[in-house]
Design a protein around this ligand. Structure first.
Ligand code: 9G3
Length: 566
């Protein structure tokens, strides 16, 4: 490809609204351009990388036995009404009307469409197992699109769906897909972890997220420093054993804590450590008031509340709810004398509190010398807190540390969540109708490109792994006015194109500009034609290294092959 004709405008300056490295570099190297908030065009250079990632995904999907198809982006509302999700999703689900005023969704995912597709065609156990996948634009009207294509409103996703006769079959399909994902992200040159994750509103049980380690990641991974344990912090289980102190129980007392509401304020006012405090937070769980208790030095985990109570919606109650439901005041809520209709759940750590402190459900008043079991009894003790750094790893090996991650893949065991609601069943050997057991598996294809840039860059630009680079070789003549350089460069351009994807910088630009652009583009191997052109000698430099070596044109192709490990 001749650079003089190539549309990939580079920018010298860092765009002010780009906060993270990948967004900055993808704009500066001319890979993407914003069309509207969270909506981007992929320019030729960016599209070449996107296609490379797509093809790695295709190869691994096909290798796993999945079949590619392509579903429509426009989805009739009726399908989402059948699955019961039309009213679950709010403004994030982009909706349009056709000329007859019929309602459609712009597909954010395709469980409904694929289930309606296969229920008409899969009717015998003989057709199972089957896994189908597509690579297609998805639409999600994110409230806050940010970080370029890391969180955009239109993005490219590979979404796959597996269909099995039973849960054992699903386990097999799931494990095949899990392995395919590991292959994909390894081949893309990513440092990633597969972490146990929350199945969110997807229902289903097992689910894993594939996280690319990056400090700008929006997800937090809790992992063990001594084992392979890794989980999304949202659902990481806490297996800590709590020592109950042997101090004598003292008499319960109410005390003044004027305008001291937070754990820190109350702890310092009463000169007690936060571990002696019982934090009481009122939640509305599917509309019902639930008071959740955790130790003062811990955080409530609302995802765990949702799982423990098998709820759809869990949200923190507001001030007026606290007043009305709990007959209390925010900052002074507590588990003593709670109205009967308010359920009280406590994290395991609360059980070991002795002579603790809690709100008195009165303004400016707290109880001291509170003892669970004597002064109050929660409905039950559960694991309801966020895991913390330093906690013992749930598998008993090592302690927990945190790392940020970018979610690039997510695999779910859906079970019969969609096949039941949408009546997708198969006839078993006895002719009995059984619901198909499903899995769903996503990779953010465009997000993966950005994640690769996040992990492969330096101050001068992108450093593409050879497997996804837009070109193999960047061929740069220093001065095309020099006959020897021009002849050698053009000769090499046509010769190297036999075996490599070559970007030829045929522009009449100063060398400095050419090299700056070359560093931005991040093509793995750079061949510079310069002073020794008349001896047939060029300079070869690998983008990820400093050194430059002189190579005779006759050894050039082999040298490049070796460098690309092609
Ligand atoms: C929606 C909107 C946003 C959504 C969903 C539905 C996320 C939604 C979860 C999934 C699960 C899997 C198949 C590929 C892998 C992920 N955001 N999810 O269902 F209506 Cl607006 O998409 N789907």
């Amino acid at each position: 490809m001749k650079q003089s004709t190539f549309l990939s405008p580079t920018l010298r300056d860092v765009p002010s609204d780009a906060e993270v490295k990948s967004h900055q570099l993808m704009l500066r190297a001319g890979l993407i351009r914003q069309s509207s908030a969270g909506v981007y065009s992929f320019l030729p250079l960016g599209l070449k990388v996107l296609k490379k990632v797509e093809n790695i995904i295709r190869e691994e999907m096909d290798r796993s036995g999945a079949q590619e198809l392509l579903m429509p982006a426009i989805q009739p509302a009726e399908l989402w009404q059948e699955s019961g999700r039309w009213d679950v999703y709010g403004p994030e689900l982009m909706r349009v009307r056709d000329r007859h005023q019929r309602e459609f969704a712009l597909g954010p995912t395709h469980e409904e469409v694929i289930t309606s597709l296969i229920r008409d065609d899969i009717n015998s156990y003989k057709r199972l197992p089957m896994t189908l996948y597509q690579i297609q634009s998805k639409f999600r009207d994110e409230r806050r699109p940010r970080f370029g294509i890391l969180r955009s409103r239109e993005f490219l996703m590979k979404d796959a769906y597996s269909f099995d006769r039973d849960f054992d079959g699903l386990d097999e399909s799931y494990n095949k897909m899990y392995e395919a994902y590991s292959n994909v992200f390894t081949r893309c040159g990513l440092d990633f972890r597969a972490v146990v994750a929350d199945s969110g509103a997807m229902g289903g049980k097992d689910t894993h997220e594939f996280m690319v380690l990056s400090e700008i990641g929006e997800d937090t991974i809790a992992y063990s420093n001594e084992s392979s344990f890794a989980a999304n912090v949202e659902i990481a289980p806490v297996h800590t054993e709590y020592e109950k102190s042997s101090e004598a129980l003292r008499e319960l007392e109410k005390t003044d804590t004027p305008d001291r509401r937070t754990i820190e304020e109350v702890a310092s006012f009463l000169e007690m450590s936060p571990e002696k405090l019982i934090k009481s937070m009122l939640f509305k769980v599917d509309g019902e008031p639930v008071l959740v208790l955790v130790r003062g030095d811990h955080e409530v985990n609302d995802v765990k509340i949702k799982h423990v109570l098998d709820a759809q919606v869990v949200e923190l109650a507001g001030e007026d709810d606290t007043a009305a439901e709990l007959n209390s005041v925010t900052g002074f809520a507590g588990p003593l004398n709670v109205p009967g209709h308010v359920r009280v759940l406590a994290d395991h750590a609360v059980k070991a509190v002795v002579n603790g402190v809690c709100g008195a459900n009165e303004r400016d008043r707290h109880y001291v010398n509170v003892n669970p079991g004597r002064d109050f009894e929660p409905e039950r003790y559960e694991d309801l807190r966020m895991i913390q750094k330093g906690d013992p790893s749930p598998d008993g090996k090592g302690t927990i540390e945190f790392k940020e991650g970018i979610e690039v893949g997510h695999v779910f065991k859906l079970g019969t969540r969609y096949s039941e609601s949408m009546k997708a069943s198969y006839l078993d050997e006895n002719g009995k109708a059984q619901p198909i057991v499903m899995g769903s598996y996503g990779i953010g294809v465009s997000r993966t490109v950005a994640a690769i840039v996040e992990q492969h860059n330096d101050d001068n630009g992108i450093i593409w792994p050879a497997s996804v680079a837009p070109f193999d070789v960047h061929l740069i003549p220093v001065n095309l006015k020099q006959e020897a350089q021009k002849t050698l460069a053009e000769g090499l351009y046509s010769e190297l194109q036999q075996s490599f994807d070559v970007l030829y910088d045929d522009r009449a630009e100063r060398p400095g500009v050419k090299f700056k652009d070359s560093d931005l583009y991040g093509v793995p191997v750079r061949v510079t034609v310069g002073k020794k052109a008349d001896e047939g000698i060029v300079e070869v430099k690998v983008r990820s290294e400093e050194e430059k070596t002189e190579v005779h044109r006759d050894e050039l192709a082999d040298t490049i092959r070796q460098l690309l490990k092609k």
